[in-house]
Design a protein around this ligand. Structure first.
Ligand code: IMP
Ligand code: MG
Length: 173
């Protein structure tokens, strides 16, 4: 399987530095709880965190996504819930990629009922214009096309998460 580089490691780092600065300004004087969506967001969470100049904590949720397919099933299951209580806290969900938007739409709904002081989303990638539900994303590093991408936390059938860049899957299956 060929992987065509789409976004380089240094482009990612530069964008995350900008995003981290913006987040640090927007939440100045507040404490922030970052919620990473496993497994894809582990890398963006770790790198974004290094650019945050705030009192902050980190927690993770795991949700089911595509299994071994590259098509969304529309079914979202919480496999691991938060360890932290979020009532009255500023919460920022960190996600690797927004495709149909179904995963985040579901997550936002299920976290909102816990009454956080605020609830926003930061995503590394968003596939432009193909969301099946409206989704309000406060911070986005890169807008991309509809193609299936891997690397920098993103997988195909569990593989390629370790690539330091984002690439497009090509070649024959
Ligand atoms: P959504 O619910 O369709 O927005 O999809 C969200 C989840 O599907 C992401 O968190 C990823 O785990 C996975 N996903 C969507 N598009 C891609 C892709 O291009 N490459 C790898 N994973 C993807
Ligand atoms: Mg994911």
């Amino acid at each position: 399987m060929d992987i065509e580089p789409l976004i380089t490691a240094s482009q990612i780092d530069a964008k995350l530095a900008e995003m981290g600065k913006q987040i640090s300004e927007d939440y100045a004087g507040e404490e922030l709880l970052f919620v990473g969506v496993l497994r894809g967001a582990f890398m963006v969470m770790a790198d974004l965190a290094r650019h945050i100049d705030l009192a902050c904590e980190f927690d993770f949720m795991a949700v089911s996504s595509y299994g071994a397919s590259t098509q969304t099933s529309g079914v979202v299951r919480i496999l691991k819930d938060l360890d932290e209580e979020i009532e009255g806290r500023h919460v920022l969900i960190v996600e690797d990629i927004i495709d149909s938007g179904l995963t985040l739409n579901y997550l936002v709904k299920s976290l909102r009922v816990r009454k956080p002081a605020s609830l926003e989303i930061a995503a590394l990638l968003i596939k432009e214009g193909i969301q099946r539900v409206p989704i309000d994303v406060r911070y986005v590093a890169f807008n991309i096309g509809p193609e299936f991408v891997v690397g920098y936390g993103l997988d195909y059938a569990g593989k390629y998460r370790n690539l330091p860049y984002v690439g497009v899957m090509g070649g024959q299956p």
